[in-house]
Design a protein around this ligand. Structure first.
Ligand SMILES: Nc1ncnc2c1ncn2[C@@H]1O[C@H](COP(=O)(O)OP(=O)(O)OP(=O)(O)O)[C@@H](O)[C@H]1O
Length: 239
């Protein structure tokens, strides 16, 4: 018996009033897959992630997690079923300490008795462990991004949705964050959907890429093939 893909998006459409931000988007992500969603400003990438977690309502189409239709579930139920969303900018609470921010993520965990995750997350991010009791306001941009990812991991997600984790970060830190995603897949068995403007960086760490243009998927395939596809790169990815 073949298992269904962990995440399936079928003909998903979403609008803001008269603006059709997603137009019949379909894609699948296998268990432990690393997928990039790429495209220019306004292509619909953020709307796709927000629609997957129910923060924005789909006008039609379906989202399936391990075969279960989660399209119309409230966001908190989507998260407890295993989809975690790290929004653009991370959204950490700067007045709280690193540890307090991480503990917030545990509120979304399906099994609240599970106490192991905090130490696991600290192990994954040594800079956070060193600054455990410090206010998040004192962290650098890269460390805040780690904290945002760590907080999402506290919910023990099956799928991590990341919106532009490299935004505003220096190239070296961007590289570390992108490499970390591969590490999370290998060490924690995580499935990742990565939205990125930095298409070259995203395609260098992912297995598969989907290119959005004006709300539609205009190209998709193995990341190495998209990287080698001059037409797609020039037309939609700007490099
Ligand atoms: N709250 C909103 N109200 C009205 N229109 C919106 C809203 N948010 C996004 N849009 C429009 O929906 C379309 C898709 O926007 P979206 O933010 O999903 O694109 P994106 O690919 O994430 O862009 P970026 O890379 O700039 O973040 C754009 O035309 C945008 O102007």
């Amino acid at each position: 018996m073949t298992l269904p893909p962990l995440l399936t998006v079928e003909d998903l459409s979403a609008s803001y009033g008269a603006v059709r931000a997603l137009d019949r988007v379909s894609l699948t992500v296998p268990e432990r897959g690393l997928s990039a969603v790429l495209g220019a400003n306004g292509a619909g990438k953020t709307t796709l992630l927000r629609t997957l977690t129910g923060l924005h309502r789909a006008s039609s189409g379906r989202v399936l997690l391990a075969g279960e239709d989660i399209t119309r579930l409230p966001t908190e139920q989507v998260i407890t079923r295993g989809l975690a969303h790290v929004p653009e900018g991370g959204g950490v609470v700067v007045e709280l300490t690193v540890e307090e921010n991480l503990r917030l993520g545990a509120l979304w965990r399906a099994d609240r008795r599970d106490r192991t995750t905090l130490d696991e997350v600290m192990d994954l991010f040594p800079p956070l462990a060193e600054r455990r009791a410090k206010a998040a306001a004192t962290l650098s941009g890269g460390e805040r991004q780690m904290l945002a990812i760590g907080r999402a991991l506290m919910a023990r997600p099956r799928v991590l949705l990341l919106d532009e984790p490299s935004l505003g970060l220096a190239p070296l830190i961007t590289r570390r964050i992108l490499d970390l995603l591969r590490d999370l897949r290998d060490r924690a068995g995580l499935t990742v959907v990565l939205v990125e403007q930095n298409a070259a960086g995203a395609l260098s760490v992912t297995d598969h890429g989907h290119v959005l243009h004006r709300g539609s998927v205009v190209a998709e395939g193995p990341s190495a093939e998209l990287l080698a596809d001059d037409r797609t790169r020039h037309a939609y990815l700007g490099f």
